[in-house]
Write a protein that binds this ligand. Structure first.
Ligand SMILES: C[S@@+](CC[C@H](N)C(=O)[O-])C[C@H]1O[C@@H](n2cnc3c(N)ncnc32)[C@H](O)[C@@H]1O
Length: 267
């Protein structure tokens, strides 16, 4: 059993470390952690949290973070945005980068890789034979090390891969058994996965062309979200694009972003 004080201790810790607001998620916290506590012989949540806080980069702190993030994602999610990219954003970006041949795309909160791999497929598909002259490598980041590990392996269930258009499956995956597919190396090379906490200072030296930050800000409170959006605005180049989740929105009065269409904005 988790006491009210222990629950609040975890809520405060998670908010401070990751921005994730769990203040009405007592059932979720218990549902995800009770078993772990028992298996590992903890007598109380406080005993566990003492270790988490004593060793902030230790394995228990990592377990806590990985367990309390929500990683739901799938290939081709909210595909209208991908179609918009291909139809409207890529042609313009190609034009603008004729001299550099450098596309800078960041997939923030990339979870287990379905989203950045989809972006990489689109880039390769769009540029076709010219792709080898362009650097379109996508930076994909997440706070959760376990999903990043899965992403790097690039093994997905048949069912999940089947969300993609069929010609993408044929071109970018190899079937490894009845139930699983693996991302081909040519696609893996197009995505760089790194652990990154969105509450940290954004680490970009050159301005970005496109940022995907979908279905993560729903876990943050308004103030945290606002600050993050301001930081993203600063790292985008003028005219750069921001894609957010289809159930998310940006309050127009509080932002410098220009609205393009639902869940798509520009600097
Ligand atoms: C629901 S998934 C969204 C995945 C993908 N963007 C999509 O829309 O399908 C949310 C992801 O955000 C990550 N996340 C939560 N807080 C984060 C933070 N402070 N920094 C980086 N990633 C975070 C979680 O680990 C999780 O993988």
């Amino acid at each position: 059993m988790i006491s009210q004080q222990e629950f609040e201790r975890i809520v405060v810790y998670m908010k401070r470390k990751s921005g994730i607001n769990l203040s009405d998620k007592k059932v979720l916290i218990q549902g995800r952690l009770d078993n772990y506590m028992q298996r590992n012989g903890y007598k109380s949540y406080n005993e566990f949290m003492d270790i988490v806080e004593k060793y902030p980069t230790g394995p228990e702190a990592e377990t806590l973070m990985n367990t309390l993030t929500t990683n739901h994602t799938y290939f081709w999610r909210e595909y209208e945005q991908f179609l918009y990219l291909k139809k409207s954003v890529f042609p313009e970006l190609k034009e603008r980068t004729q001299n550099t041949h450098d596309w800078r795309i960041w997939c923030a909160a990339s979870s287990s890789g379905e989203e950045p791999y989809t972006l990489a497929m689109l880039c390769m598909d769009y540029l076709g034979l010219e792709h080898n002259k362009w650097d379109t490598k996508i930076l994909a980041t997440d706070i959760d090390t376990s999903v990043l590990e899965k992403a790097v392996k690039g093994i997905y269930s048949k069912d999940s891969v089947e969300n993609l258009p069929e010609h993408y499956v044929r071109r970018f995956f190899k079937q490894i058994n009845d139930k699983q597919y693996m991302v081909k190396d040519e696609l893996k090379r197009e995505v760089l996965f790194r652990q990154f906490n969105l509450m940290s200072t954004l680490p970009f030296r050159k301005p970005l062309h496109i940022v995907f930050i979908r279905n993560v800000m729903i876990y943050f409170d308004e103030k945290t979200k606002q600050k993050l959006l301001d930081n993203i605005y600063e790292v985008l180049e003028p005219g750069g694009y921001l894609f957010i989740g289809s159930t998310e929105s940006i309050t127009q009065t509080n932002t410098k972003f220009r609205y393009v269409q639902p869940s798509i904005y520009r600097k």
